[in-house]
Design a protein around this ligand. Sequence first.
Ligand SMILES: Nc1nc2c(c(=O)[nH]1)N[C@H]1C(S)=C(S)[C@@H](COP(=O)(O)O)O[C@H]1N2
Ligand SMILES: [Mo]
Length: 342
Amino acid sequence: MLIKIRKKSDLKESQITDHSVYLNRRSIIKTLAFTAVTIPFVKPAQAGLFNLFSENENGSDNSGVIFARSKLEYLKNSNHQSLSPITPEKKILQYNNFYEFGTGKADPFEYAGQFKVDPWSLTIDGLVDKAITLNYDDLLKRFVIEERLYRMRCVEAWSMNIPWLGFSLASLIKLASPKSAAKFVRFETLYDPKQMRGQGSSRIGGGIDYPYIEGLRLDEAINPLTLLSVGLYGKTLAPQNGAPVRLVVPWKYGFKSIKSIVRITLTDKAPVNTWQKIAPSEYGFFANVNPDVDHPRWSQESERFIGEGNLFAQTRKQTLPFNGYQEEVADLYKGLDLKRYF
Ligand SMILES: Nc1nc2c(c(=O)[nH]1)N[C@H]1C(S)=C(S)[C@@H](COP(=O)(O)O)O[C@H]1N2
Ligand SMILES: [Mo]
């Protein structure tokens, strides 16, 4: 990791570290120094991350530790089968952002294994005629589960192609019968510091004021692309990916795709999402993937695609407007200045 020989065109990893660089200077410097020294040698999770990107795709490292997941019945959706290459399952399971379990990419895999997803309770409330509460079985059985191959683009300029399983958020919102005053949807992650080590420690959890909150405009929320995911690669979600249920909004930066949701509230006001609250000049409400609007600290023109092969061999590719979904979603933003409303 530290011996990469860079091409001039490559972005420096130090330019794109993680979302938490907003943190006060002192703790950033401490974190970086710690990371640089210990990645390959000391912490098992970081060794795991190192192995993950080593030459041997089939290596046995960590595979025994992967959280138990069960097979899901699902429909193949022919509209979404054309994406390739698909990111290997192991990387989707072991390279994550889920700050509730720590800010390191390997932390969620290491620390979320015991996370309890059953029983679970997801409530849809607010400006609706019929508030609904779904339990764990409802999430897996009440809706027709389909497979959606989607691009995933993190604001940190890395990307994956992921075979999600889930159902459209629209079908759930419809069940709740939104009132006409409802204009926005607010999402909330579980708050449980006993299970989520980062929620009890600002050092571990990146200084976020938990619970993690996200929001969409109602028209974005009921767009057919917007998915509530309950699985990937044919199985239920692992905790590190947001089990038992998480949002997937493929034309927006990954931070919009909030994990382990307990509450969905229809409102008349735009919710302030977690990253917008922390650094409003860096993370907006819309967060539509846009190669023409740079992050203040790095370019968004291209991305590091995480596919087969080791960390050093990963390819850069051009970032697409709306992450390649402009045909489906550009109309939602007609007349909106995308530079101003980033
Ligand atoms: N609750 C919660 N949801 C979250 C995050 C988080 O830290 N907490 N990270 C986000 C970010 S920055 C990204 S890129 C995606 C990563 O999803 P994945 O780890 O399943 O690939 O989850 C998003 N959802
Ligand atoms: Mo992200």
